[in-house]
Structure formats: C-alpha cells, structure tokens
Design a protein around this ligand. Sequence first.
Ligand SMILES: C[S@@+](CC[C@H](N)C(=O)[O-])C[C@H]1O[C@@H](n2cnc3c(N)ncnc32)[C@H](O)[C@@H]1O
Length: 356
Amino acid sequence: MGVVMGELRGTHVPVLLERCLELLAPALRLPGAVHVDFTLGLGGHAEAVLERFPEVLLVGLDRDTEALAHSRHRLARFGERARLVHAVYDELPRVLDELDLASYHSGLFDLGVSSLQLDEADRGFAYAQDAPLDMRMDQTSGITAEQVVNEYEPGALVRILRTYGEEKFAPRIVSSIVRERQKGRITSTARLAELVKESIPAAARRTGGNPAKRTFQALRIEVNGELATLEAAMPAALDALAVKGRLVVMSYQSLEDRIVKRALTARTRSTGPVDLPVELPGTGPTLRLLTRGSEPPSEQEVADNPRAASVKLRAVERLDRHETPGAARERPRLSTTHGGQGRLRPGEREEGEGEA
Ligand SMILES: C[S@@+](CC[C@H](N)C(=O)[O-])C[C@H]1O[C@@H](n2cnc3c(N)ncnc32)[C@H](O)[C@@H]1O
C-alpha cells in the first residue's frame, strides 16, 4: 500500500474528458455553479473542471481513502474550491447538507474501479497480480472478497457469479472453490484465478480473455454492494440536481448501465394520465436526455485510452416542472421527440431498450 502522493499523476487518462466537459459546460457556467464528482478517484475529471471553469465549486466524493488522499494532494492548489469528502455516493444528501448546499448544478459519475485500485497489487482487484483477496473500495469497512469466497453458501456464490459476472460456468467454479476451501482457506487472488481457470472447459479457455475476469467482477460487485448503492444513488442525485443542471454517467458494464438508463428515462416521461392529450400541471417530465441512448467511445478515444473501450455514456438536463407544459401545452409524442420525452404508448420501445 501507500501511494507516493502525486506519483500517479499523468499516468491515468480521464475517460471521455472532452465529451463530459462539453455536455456539462452549460451547467458549469450557471451562476454559483457547484459540480459534484461522485467518483473522484484520481481527480482527473475534477481537475479539468476546476481549471477550465474558475468560478465552480467542486464537491468530490470517494469511498476509497487512498484515492481521496491522492486527489487531495493533486487538487490542493485550488484551496477552498475543492471540498473532498469520504463518502459513498448515495450519501449525497447528507454531504450537501453538511456543506450547507441546497443543490448542485453539474454532476459526474465515472463508475467502476480506478487505475489506482487496479494498479496497487495489494488491493486484490486484479486477477493478473497475486494479492490478498480484499477488493474493498473502502478499506476501512465491510466484508472482503476472502470472506465471500470462503464463507458464503455455495448456492449464494453461484447466484453471485451468474448474476454479477454473467458466468455460465458458475456451478463448476463454485464446486472447485468448495472443494478447495475444505482443505484450507483461499486467501490469494492468484489461487482463486487458478481455480477458476481449472474449472472451465479447455475449449472455453481459449476464447474471451482471462477466464477469471467474470468471477473477479462478480466478487467486486458483491463486496462493494455496487448495484444496490447505484440504485439508491441515482434518485438521490437527480432529486438534488438544480433546474438547468446537468448530469453525466459513465458505466462500464451492462448491469450498471441498465440501472442508470431506467433511473434517467423514468423521469423523462409524463406521470399524468396516459389518455390525456395535454399535460397536467406538475406531471410533466423533469429530465431531458442529452444523449441518444448510450454513447459509445470513438475509435480514437479507445486507441488513446484502453479503459474507455466498454464505456457507455448517458447525460441529462434537469427541467423546471413549472416551466414545462401546463394544461395549455400539447404533450409531446415519444416517436416525434428525439430524447424520448413523453410517456411510452403500447408497442413503443423504451428509449435505448435492447442496446448492447
Ligand atoms: C473510475 S474511478 C474515477 C476516476 C476519476 N474520474 C478520475 O478522473 O480520476 C471510480 C472511483 O469511484 C469510486 N467509487 C466507486 N463506487 C463508489 C461509491 N459507491 N461511492 C463513492 N465512490 C465510489 C472508486 O473508489 C474509484 O476511486
């Protein structure tokens, strides 16, 4: 452990940085703008916001104390403009309250693990390096991957590998784990990666990269309660977004993206009676989609930054319910409005549904 402060600076390229700033710019230029970086990490996106929008106040959250320490060092020159808080991102309402802020104007979720977590061998996230089986983003609390692997019932382990890792050989992998743990505790990432590899049929081993990848992803999601936290965080983040405020979310796997898509699109639709041709006051959409479905990275972005390969970016702007349709304005039909405003009618496809 122990990152020498500053040593990682420049080794990490923030994903889709220019696109994020372009989408957030109108909100970052609002008077008194507050930008919340829900996943501060090494502070790459946050630093660019502070540099290019000199009036903006940053609230940076991370559950990883090591990431926070690194960002504190990196952003020190911005003084009071950077308020960094050790918090899980669904705790935003408490954090804003403590900072005496009623809302925020611009927000970014860059989900997943940071390069610090992957590169620091002793964190146990990387299947390619031998380390204790930890995988906690917040090393100050919670259960470790070692506890999950050695102490969970086999049935629960199979469900986790299947659901969070989409691992079709989950029962075979779990049988090997159970056999192994009868001999002694499984304590290292290398041993677990080896067990996974041995459990998978030889033909399947030849395709699809390292066979341990899906198991490691599943354990990481379980250890950090990632999906439940995201489910709780999205509505909390949208509730606190100021009118004309903008939020960008980048996810790296389909389970996360599905949660994000549902939370965002739900608020782009009317909550009024479906058969009324006009919108009743207070029932109009509260969000406008700024991206069509999820935006993939460009080829250039992936070439420059391999971490961007699986990214799915979605962005929204908060509408003012009082400005939007009163009884006098006609309800927009989904099929004619790019961005999916308006309620789905029978037979209409949910915006972005069915995308990879
Ligand atoms: C991909 S990194 C962010 C990188 C960052 N955008 C940058 O430019 O350096 C994701 C970060 O989010 C943090 N994180 C993940 N889940 C979190 C949660 N539920 N609450 C707070 N932070 C979280 C991780 O600890 C990690 O540092």
